[in-house]
Design a protein around this ligand. Sequence first.
Ligand code: SF4
Length: 379
Amino acid sequence: MRFLEEFRDPETARGLLDSIRVMARGLPQVRLMEVCGTHTVSIFRYGIRDLLPENIRLISGPGCPVCVTPSVFLDQAICIAREPDVTLVSFGDMMRIPGSESSLEMERARGRDVRVVYSPLDALQIARENPSRLVVFLGVGFETTAPAVGVTLLRAKAEGIGNFLVLGAHKRIVPAMEALLKTEGFSLDGFICPPHVSAVIGSRPYQVLAESWNMPCVVTGFEPLDILQGIHMLLEQILAGEHKVQVQYRRAVPNGGNPAAMRVMEEVFQVKESLWRGLGKIAKSGLEIHEGFSHFDAMVRFQPQITEALDPPGCQCGDVLRGVLEPWNCKMFGTLCTPQRPLGPCMVSGEGTCAAHFKYGWKLLQKNKAGFKGGHRGQ
Ligand code: SF4
């Protein structure tokens, strides 16, 4: 317990904040993006946005895997769930995400066999126990969850389990960060890089952002002092005119990542273009099941004929995920869209930006109503 408390020590936090305030005096408005949804929740939970100087703005990025999964994937999953003899298995946070005209939760209420698990290995166990059914696991997430799904597929192959399939939508975060930087009119001064993904891929993949886009990057942990120190390190780089990749979260992130996890990903998945909610198609941003494992690929087996899907009318999750709209500037926020009755994935997921704003952000809302209205620096 003492170990955790050290990362929440108020005196150290005050010292870091004082130092951040001194550094901020010499800077124009600075926009830093926390890419990871869990960072967004931590930043709100500990009131960090509110503590920073006015000219240091934190904006939320596309790092919630559930939020960036497009409606078309949900529609494909629902289409497969409606097949006879199919058991669809998913992590719980996918259940309430709206597709074009239904959700997995609604399908379960209509009698489809849709189940929630905490691990892909639980889904494999369901396949072992139900040999007469086709068990389809929804493989959603970044490089954080892809190795676990990869290991599960390797185990299914080794055991010769023929009724286990994966409908895959795994994504790679660095190409999405680069796609944001390529967006016309988008301005950013630094990335707070995601720690869980970095524990797998290491810090080197961010080098392209630092070198090609002159973008300071710091991989930062989730505790309040981690985040404050990460911001401090970014401001130091900005003041020095530097752009490099640094790791604040040394206790979990080696530069080279986790070689065993990367080997599994390379064996089971292949890098492909992928469609992201709000960001469109991004080259090399997806991990598709490798052709050698195609008999486990639900997309190959069922070939659901859905290529286009509608986002919920009025929902602006796409703009929120691109960091160009604060959730409370969405007309639906807090009225037609709440965590109890969510309209879009950013309000459904526990890591969603809209959900974090709703749960923790009312004080900031008052402040923002008085001043900042979202959008780019200088707007
Ligand atoms: S408030 Fe609701 S409708 Fe608006 S962007 Fe967020 S999730 Fe979508």
